[in-house]
Ligand binder design. Sequence first.
Ligand SMILES: NC(=O)c1ccc[n+]([C@@H]2O[C@H](COP(=O)([O-])OP(=O)(O)OC[C@H]3O[C@@H](n4cnc5c(N)ncnc54)[C@H](OP(=O)(O)O)[C@@H]3O)[C@@H](O)[C@H]2O)c1
Length: 288
Amino acid sequence: MSAKQSVTVVGLGPMGRATARILLAAGLDVTVWNRTPGKTEALVELGATPAATAAEAVAANDTVLLSLIHYDAMYGTLADADLTGKTIVNLSSDSPANTGKGASWVLERGARFLTGAYMTQSDDIQHPASHLYVSGPKDLHEELRPLLELLCANEYLGADYGLAQLYYQAGLAQFHSYLIALQQALAMIERSGGSVDRYLELTKDDAQSQRDFTLFFAEAAKQGGWGDPAALKMMHAGAQHVIDASEDAGVDASLTRTVQDYYRRAIDATEESGEFVSVYRLIRGATA
Ligand SMILES: NC(=O)c1ccc[n+]([C@@H]2O[C@H](COP(=O)([O-])OP(=O)(O)OC[C@H]3O[C@@H](n4cnc5c(N)ncnc54)[C@H](OP(=O)(O)O)[C@@H]3O)[C@@H](O)[C@H]2O)c1
């Protein structure tokens, strides 16, 4: 990688700023732009070049990294930019379908396109567990890999533009629930007079256990989902115990009520149909 390589970063939220900082530290010339003023100054102190408009930022370099709140923000942001011959890498989050529409929009304007999804520890892009999921033309990714690997390890997922988002959003489906569940657990401990530090000690080996559950449930999903009627009833009753423990301590148990509802629906569907209906089957929403 030549120290003279240059790149533009458009969108300077936490992720765009972290992206620009890493590229600057790697010795690249980085042009930056953000819709709202006040986010470029700290990067300029690190050596970035501010652009007056998004169009100017795009014009400054062949490769443009976008880090915006969603794909919709790209259309207005790049409306006045000449994309002819540019390479746009959109690192923003969105659905696979919106990503596909965004890719078409960029390609129609004469640019090449790659999708990236930051599966990272927040804006700690270079955390050892962080990855950039990438999809789009393989040869384009190979060309850009030296640049994108400066950020974090790349996982190329295929030519379909939406693939990076598919795997990223699936990961977030787990992560979002985990974050709420974690806060419920911490609140239960705290409001019941327990020790959060003791809880952390007790749960320090969770990662291996969760991995084992992941493998087990993935295998079960391939067979139609885990469980049997007795397991559904046990889980439904168990969810009630969590609800009681939470609410007795004054803690919101909405997430567990939603969890319990899945088991209730699976029990009802099993009883109505006369055959076992797993929670996975309900979630999957398939008839076959
Ligand atoms: N933060 C994380 O931990 C994390 C991790 C992985 C992936 N991501 C994803 O990475 C992307 C960037 O995330 P972020 O946390 O840096 O910040 P963000 O708050 O999701 O996005 C901030 C950027 O989007 C711009 N923006 C917002 N609405 C806009 C609009 N309607 N039109 C044009 N620009 C608009 C903001 O401009 P203004 O400053 O002018 O508002 C800012 O540049 C998101 O898609 C996010 O989901 C975030």
